[in-house]
Design a protein around this ligand. Structure first.
Ligand SMILES: C[S@@+](CC[C@H](N)C(=O)[O-])C[C@H]1O[C@@H](n2cnc3c(N)ncnc32)[C@H](O)[C@@H]1O
Length: 439
């Protein structure tokens, strides 16, 4: 293939290495970096999908890719050749994970060396990728994927929180792309038949193949929304705890983009959705409009917000490191650090503390985070309960929500893990506590 700027797929691959580098150097999430990238958004839909798949696949197996590359490089690449390292990384991802024809990968990778002003490394990239195309897949498969693709601090934290075996099962669950899962406004059974989807024990729908969400049946009619089956649990638990009461007034704190707001509003409750981000609340409004649901939307800081009216129930789906969603966001392992856990745990405690002040006798509060880190889940609840002696846990029965009993912690909170419900495509890792102030 001639080394022209317009060779097929070259622009997409160039965008892929730029995005990979930006995520790693800025520690901003992949979705955020892609949304802000003009060259990425100027590409056609098909090329954007390819870049997304390529970069996400590279992140999912980055530790393993780097280990394989190390075994082919006689000495480390020079510091200034950082782009070359990323060219090799996405080269390996294409050859081994996406099974792209080797000649296309080698040719475009060599051209990318020119384009990134690394012409001196063309020979090396050519030789390494050719050898990997020949024999790399076997070597790659022999590596300890679960261990290599998990940052050390996360591995150690999960080992200590869940034990060796479960830690490995969590890491193994991260190696595979999860299915597309939907929450249905009403009558999931009928929609499952129409969409040829699987109705999960939790009540969510699992689709056999993903594709463009906006072109799936029922999207325009607002019949369903994308939401992992674990992400649907906090609102279900709150609604179950409020059962028997009429016309609930519910405060949904940290609500955007509104997956849980939609569940609460669909139940008939009067919902106030609060979030600090105007931009994310604009998305929440759009989502509710499509779903034909309503909520009062407030831009405010949940750590200081007091509702003007009394409320029956509060849901705090607090901002967190989101380490429970690494199946869907494999970049998280590379963008989060241990100090993020501590910083967010402080914010979570502040939010919970503020909400305690506003919780009326008889009021129910559900606290949830999509983090696997104990500091953001059980430790936050423990600290708040130690301070507010009148706050009690309401019992949660996991089987009522289609979950195995093992998802209930010793303390009575719900703890889902990415390796749970493996026969149904797994689920995100959530911690959920259901608290109340007896009235
Ligand atoms: C885990 S997401 C919420 C997801 C949402 N509940 C759903 O189900 O779609 C956390 C949200 O917290 C918001 N947030 C972060 N800090 C906040 C604060 N101090 N006050 C209010 N919202 C905050 C973020 O903007 C983000 O939308």
């Amino acid at each position: 293939m001639p080394e022209t700027k317009n060779a097929p797929g070259l622009v997409a691959r160039n965008n892929a290495i730029t995005i990979l580098n930006q995520v790693l150097s800025s520690r901003h999430g992949l979705e955020e970096v892609m949304a802000a990238s003009k060259p990425y958004n100027e590409m056609e839909q098909r090329d954007r999908a390819f870049v997304r798949l390529l970069v996400a696949s590279t992140f999912r197996r980055l530790g393993q890719i780097d280990a394989l590359l190390r075994s082919y490089l006689k000495r480390p690449l020079p510091q200034k050749a950082r782009a070359v390292r990323d060219i090799l990384r996405i080269g390996v991802a294409q050859i081994i994970l996406l099974e792209t024809p080797a000649h296309a990968v080698v040719d475009t990778s060599v051209t990318l060396c020119e384009q990134t002003r690394n012409p001196g490394q063309k020979g090396l990239v050519n030789a390494v990728l050719r050898r990997i195309a020949k024999e790399g897949a076997e070597k790659f498969a022999e590596l300890d994927a679960a261990l290599l693709n998990t940052p050390k601090w996360l591995w150690e934290s999960w080992q200590s929180a869940y034990g060796d075996q479960t830690c490995r099962q969590i890491a193994e669950a991260h190696l595979h792309e999860p299915p597309l899962v939907l929450t249905v406004k009403s009558d999931a059974m009928t929609l499952a038949k129409t969409m040829e989807a699987e109705l999960l024990p939790t009540g969510s729908l699992k689709l056999q193949s993903g594709g463009m969400v906006g072109s799936l049946p029922g999207y325009d009619e607002g019949t369903w929304w994308v939401q992992d089956s674990a992400a649907a649990l906090p609102a279900k638990i709150l609604l179950a705890a409020l059962e028997g009461k009429e016309n609930h007034r519910i405060l949904d704190l940290c609500a955007a983009p509104g997956g849980k707001t939609a569940q609460l509003a669909a139940s008939g409750a009067t919902v106030t959705a609060v979030d600090r981000s105007k931009k994310r609340l604009a998305v929440l409004r759009e989502n509710l409009k499509r779903l034909n649901l309503t909520a009062t939307v407030v831009t405010a800081d949940a750590a200081t917000y007091s509702p003007p009216n009394t409320i029956d129930g509060v849901l705090i789906d607090a901002p967190c490191t989101a380490t429970g969603t690494m199946r869907r966001h494999p970049d998280i392992g590379r963008t989060k650090r241990p100090d993020d856990v501590l910083r967010l745990a402080e914010l979570q405690k502040k939010m919970l503390e503020q909400t305690m002040e506003n919780l009326m006798p008889g009021g129910v509060l559900v606290y949830s985070v999509c983090s696997l880190q104990p500091e953001e889940g059980p430790d936050v609840v423990q600290a708040i309960m130690a301070k507010h002696g009148d706050i009690k846990r309401l019992p949660i029965d996991p089987t009522e929500f289609g979950l195995p009993k093992s998802t209930l912690s010793d303390k009575g909170d719900l703890r889902t893990l990415p390796c749970h419900m493996a026969d149904y495509g797994g689920m995100d890792g959530f911690f959920i506590a259901c608290l109340h102030r007896p009235g």
